[in-house]
Design a protein around this ligand. Structure first.
Ligand SMILES: Cc1cc2nc3c(=O)[nH]c(=O)nc-3n(C[C@H](O)[C@H](O)[C@H](O)COP(=O)(O)OP(=O)(O)OC[C@H]3O[C@@H](n4cnc5c(N)ncnc54)[C@H](O)[C@@H]3O)c2cc1C
Length: 461
């Protein structure tokens, strides 16, 4: 039996953050993982997907000038090299050097302070659960008989198929559809909602859909996958749209319809830790129904991002160790989809803001085509949309366009620090830059709020 101050189940984004934060508090720490440390982000998520997208985008640009027939075997090898280089920074050796113990194996609960890892008993004063999530596999007739692809296995194949159906038009499905299409794979993207990126600002999602269609991605919206079967050397997927059935043929299928929390086998019932289909239930301090046991990351939600797992990880360790508790605040979350153009978001969509704040909100849009920096590119695409309250405080923003991730980060800074967007009029931005799009919006807001001022109104009259 081994004893620690802190034991963490799962050594992904959340688990690693917990490990290092607890170590910083001078605790003895063990990370337990059935795989190598790094989690989904390193091996099947952010890292391989973005490495792949980066290569695909370079090939796509080069194809404007020369004829290239990409070898997907080489591309996947390169992607795996990037994964290994990222892994190096959090390898078992690095953990050991940093004074963090690591046990490789599947872990389950025995009691509040006791875990079992394949026969070995681990005791800890505090236990943290950071077991992440897995791809959700929809109940499509025949899918269990197909050797289908998910984000977990696609980057570890010898090569990619020549044609592929991508089931799910959320960020994972969209990013990978565009990238695969850009390297010459015939892509069929299937989405059950009326447009792709359905959870994002509708008008921008539809623009992105249009861009993808123009690039050659075959997109089917408002349709359901009904049946799948082997057909010749590939598969046949039957979809239903407007009560009509249609068959789509391809070499394979990538499932990207959502995530399920990794709770199976943890034996949470034994220790009375509550959970539901969305994951482990925690209070605002990230403590589970079993006092003293905390949970973070994808297994908890509500936002399934590496940066959320990190933020929750730090908060959970503080709450477990310090007398002052930190409540989670999910009103200040931002994210970005690495499509081209990028799609960034912070806070509320317009319809969400209107529901909460009514018609007093101020909505501003500014197009990339009117931005000098974007004009230098042929046919600039994109739009920034910012929603403020009456006074000019940001409620939400969405940006579709080049560097959207960076622009949304500037918005996120103003929003999180409670700075009125009007103040941006006084901040000198370099010319020409994409971030000037926000200065343009702040100037419009400035004028609008000025014109609303009763003294100015009276003067104007
Ligand atoms: C294709 C894709 C692209 C993504 N891109 C981004 C992105 O660009 N930006 C972003 O912020 N997020 C992205 N994400 C989401 C991100 O990967 C996750 O939000 C993040 O990894 C969650 O971290 P976590 O610590 O909760 O779980 P994970 O990182 O998944 O770690 C969980 C760990 O727990 C281990 N484990 C599970 N059960 C047990 C058990 N019983 N015993 C022992 N070990 C166990 C697993 O092996 C795993 O290593 C992407 C996800 C996908 C699928």
């Amino acid at each position: 039996m081994k004893k620690f101050n802190v034991a963490v189940i799962g050594a992904g984004a959340g688990g690693l953050t917990i490990g290092y934060t607890a170590k910083g508090f001078n605790k003895t720490v063990v990370l337990i993982d059935k795989n190598r440390p790094g989690g989904e982000c390193t091996f099947g998520g952010c890292v391989p997907s973005k490495a792949f997208i980066n290569i695909a985008n370079h090939i796509y640009k080069a194809k404007e000038y020369i004829n290239i027939v990409p070898n997907t075997e080489d591309i996947l090898k390169k992607v795996r090299e990037v994964v290994e280089s990222v892994y190096e920074a959090k390898s078992i050796e690095v953990l050991k050097k940093d004074g963090i113990d690591y046990i490789n194996g599947f872990c389950k609960f025995i009691d509040k302070n006791t875990l079992e890892v394949e026969g070995e008993i681990i005791k800890a004063d505090k236990i943290f659960i950071a077991t992440g999530s897995s791809p959700k596999i929809p109940p499509i007739n025949g899918l269990d008989k197909i050797d289908y692809l998910t984000n977990e296995n696609i980057f570890y194949k010898d090569k990619l198929p020549k044609s592929i159906i991508v089931l799910g038009g959320g960020s994972i499905g969209v990013e990978l559809s565009q990238a695969m299409n850009r390297i010459g794979i015939e892509v069929y993207l299937i989405e059950k909602n009326p447009y792709i990126m359905y959870k994002e600002e509708g008008e921008l999602s539809k623009s992105l859909e249009e861009i993808l269609r123009k690039e050659g991605v075959n997109i089917y919206t408002s349709c359901n996958a009904k049946n799948i079967e082997k057909y010749k050397d590939g598969i046949k997927l039957t979809i239903e749209k407007n009560n009509k059935e249609e068959n789509i043929y391809s070499e394979n299928i990538l499932i990207a319809v959502g995530r399920v929390p990794n709770i199976k086998g943890l034996e949470l019932e034994k220790v009375n830790i509550d959970y539901d289909l969305k994951g482990i239930k925690v209070n605002e301090y990230l403590e589970t129904s079993l006092k003293g046991v905390y949970a973070v990351g994808d297994v908890v939600g509500p936002y399934l991002f590496s940066h959320m797992a990190n933020v929750q990880g730090i908060a959970a360790v503080k709450n477990a160790s310090l007398p002052i508790k930190e409540k989670m605040d999910y009103s200040k979350v931002a994210w970005c989809t690495l499509s081209e153009p990028e799609f960034g978001r912070a806070g509320l969509r317009e319809d969400e803001a209107r529901k909460i704040y009514g018609d007093s909100i101020r909505v501003y849009v500014e197009d990339y085509k009117d931005l000098d920096r974007a004009k230098f590119k042929n046919n600039p695409k994109g739009r920034a949309k910012v929603i403020c309250d009456k006074k000019g405080y940001i409620l939400g923003a969405s940006v579709l366009g080049d560097r959207a991730g960076e622009i949304i980060s500037e918005i996120q800074t103003l929003k999180s620090l409670g700075i009125n967007l009007k103040k941006l009029t006084k901040v000198i931005h370099p010319y020409p830059s994409y971030s000037e799009i926000l200065v343009k919006i702040s100037k419009k807001l400035y004028v609008d709020t000025l014109l609303d001022n009763p003294f100015i109104k009276a003067f104007k009259r």
